[in-house]
Design a protein around this ligand. Structure first.
Ligand code: CO
Length: 499
């Protein structure tokens, strides 16, 4: 691995150029279907199943630029692994907004994170139409492939062809417009359900006070439990964690001033203001509320901002939560262009462990790793349970804020770190840990991730041996094109091959 530290002057050179990084944010308008033939190394024979990924496929509509990648239309990529081979397919989610804008050839909707219709504030004033862009996550559960976006309904897709089949209401349990968040947690052995797997998700209805709805789904994809809770104040919550007994949310200290949004001057996401002097509220909701039991516990910790958690588990009276924390919320400004982002002007996401004492209500925290990181993955059997290994996207350099150019494995027991870097011209997305069938050791499996390679302006799917990153990529599948930087995805052992 190359070192970019200049020891003499103690000046750390950047491990990337902004120009290279920007290239990964070009739209991908084409939809592909092909067997991947350009492969370095070998695809492990035991790796059978399908990797689904979601993210903004379009960063412009017919040349009109999207203001923030979170506003880009959802595009699903699918890589099917079978008999040592891999097949690629990508399709856009055919949301109402995507179809209308493609037909019109221009932006018709205001985006949550700053995309405005052309024509200034007059064209945007009093327009509260929400564009469900289905761009954040994709899961296969209960026989259904679902593209998720946190503020509205899930879109159901055909897992073979990726054709959009419509919005998903779970047999009418959810109503029109009701959200199904983008960060479900899958508990492998739910005691309440006799050891069957259970998918836990939520929805947030923000306002002066906020409603958190919790949904638990059985393996048939039916909502078998749901309960709603009112929380004081405005909530901007993207992710949560579960344990066998609790759902836990971090209520980031932010306020929302809707006036510039109503007037068409700012997008909703640009009206969020971080409050550095306010604490983070930790909301603990029992998963199986019982008569006479206190419904919600709220604890407090330092001010900070969390998009994503890694995992949580119970130890006696304590709940431990590992989360990626920022010093503050990277506010989006109307005049700014994310393509010109100055990474050094922002604080990095760092991995912290929180210890919640449910008995005396105290919270202490410790920094696990100060390296800039995002997007974590663990062994799927350990969700909500104590665990040893985690995998994340990380910066190449140990300090400072920078794009993700490396995959980092942390052994929480021994403290050992393994870093695999693709700097200077590579940029990584979310890693996903896939256990080897019948594995016994927690890190016996593979880590799959998409890497954007600026040198060739294309993306690779890399496969690492999770037990030993020092081997490098055991397989590197070169795609014929790039995939714009994505958000989340998932792996299923079901093989959705060619039909
Ligand atoms: Co997320």
């Amino acid at each position: 691995m190359q070192s970019f530290k200049n020891q003499e002057s103690l000046v750390t050179e950047k491990s990337y150029t902004r120009e290279d990084w920007q290239e990964g944010y070009q739209s991908l308008t084409q939809e592909f279907d092909y067997w991947i033939d350009d492969i370095e190394g070998e695809i492990p024979k035991e790796l059978e199943g399908t990797l689904f990924r979601n993210g903004p496929g379009l960063l412009d509509v017919n040349g009109q630029l999207i203001h923030h990648p979170f506003d880009g239309d959802g595009m699903i990529s699918k890589i099917t692994f079978t008999n040592g081979r891999a097949h690629f397919r990508n399709r856009f989610v055919h949301t109402t907004g995507y179809l209308a804008e493609q037909k019109a050839g221009k932006i018709l909707y205001r985006g949550t994170f700053g995309t405005q219709k052309p024509g200034g504030w007059l064209a945007n004033i009093f327009d509260f139409k929400l564009k469900n862009i289905a761009n954040t996550n994709v899961i296969y559960w209960g026989g259904k492939l679902l593209a998720l976006w946190e503020a509205a309904e899930a879109h159901r897709l055909d897992p073979y062809t990726l054709e959009t089949l419509g919005k998903e209401y779970f047999n009418g349990v959810l109503s029109t417009g009701e959200a199904f968040a983008a960060h479900p947690r899958l508990e492998k052995n739910c005691e309440e359900d006799g050891g069957a797997p259970c998918l836990v998700n939520f929805s947030i209805k923000p306002g002066l006070s906020t409603t958190i709805n919790i949904f638990e789904l059985n393996p048939a994809g039916e909502i078998v439990r749901q309960h709603a809770h009112i929380i004081r104040g405005f909530c901007f919550i993207h992710d949560f964690v579960i344990t066998p007994n609790y759902c836990i949310f971090f209520q980031n200290p932010v306020t929302f001033n809707p006036i510039p949004f109503v007037l068409g001057i700012r997008a909703a996401g640009e009206c969020i203001k971080f409050q550095p002097n306010q604490p983070t509220q930790i909301i603990i909701i029992p998963r199986f509320p019982k008569e006479g039991q206190e419904k919600i516990k709220v604890l407090e910790t330092h001010s900070g901002f969390v998009f994503h958690h890694v995992n949580a588990f119970e130890v006696g009276e304590e709940v431990l939560i590992d989360s990626i924390c920022y010093q503050n919320f990277p506010e989006v400004e109307p005049q700014s262009d994310f393509r010109q982002s100055d990474f050094e002007a922002f604080s990095p996401g760092q991995l912290w462990r929180f210890y919640l004492n449910l008995k005396d209500g105290t919270v202490r925290r410790e920094l696990i790793d100060g390296r800039c990181c995002e997007f974590s993955s663990i062994h799927p059997a350990n969700v909500g349970r104590s665990y040893r290994y985690l995998y994340m996207g990380a910066a190449h350099a140990e300090t400072g804020n920078a794009p993700l150019q490396a995959l980092l494995k942390i052994d929480l027991e021994s403290g050992e770190r393994q870093l695999w870097s693709v700097a200077p011209r590579g940029f990584v997305g979310e890693p996903i840990f896939v256990p080897r069938p019948d594995c016994e050791k927690e890190d016996d499996g593979w880590v799959l991730a998409l890497v954007y390679d600026a040198a060739d302006h294309r993306s690779d799917l890399v496969i690492l041996d999770a037990s030993d990153f020092s081997k490098g990529a055991i397989s590197r599948l070169h795609l014929k094109h790039h995939i714009p930087y994505g958000l989340h995805g998932s792996f299923t052992s079901e093989v959705f091959g060619e039909i």
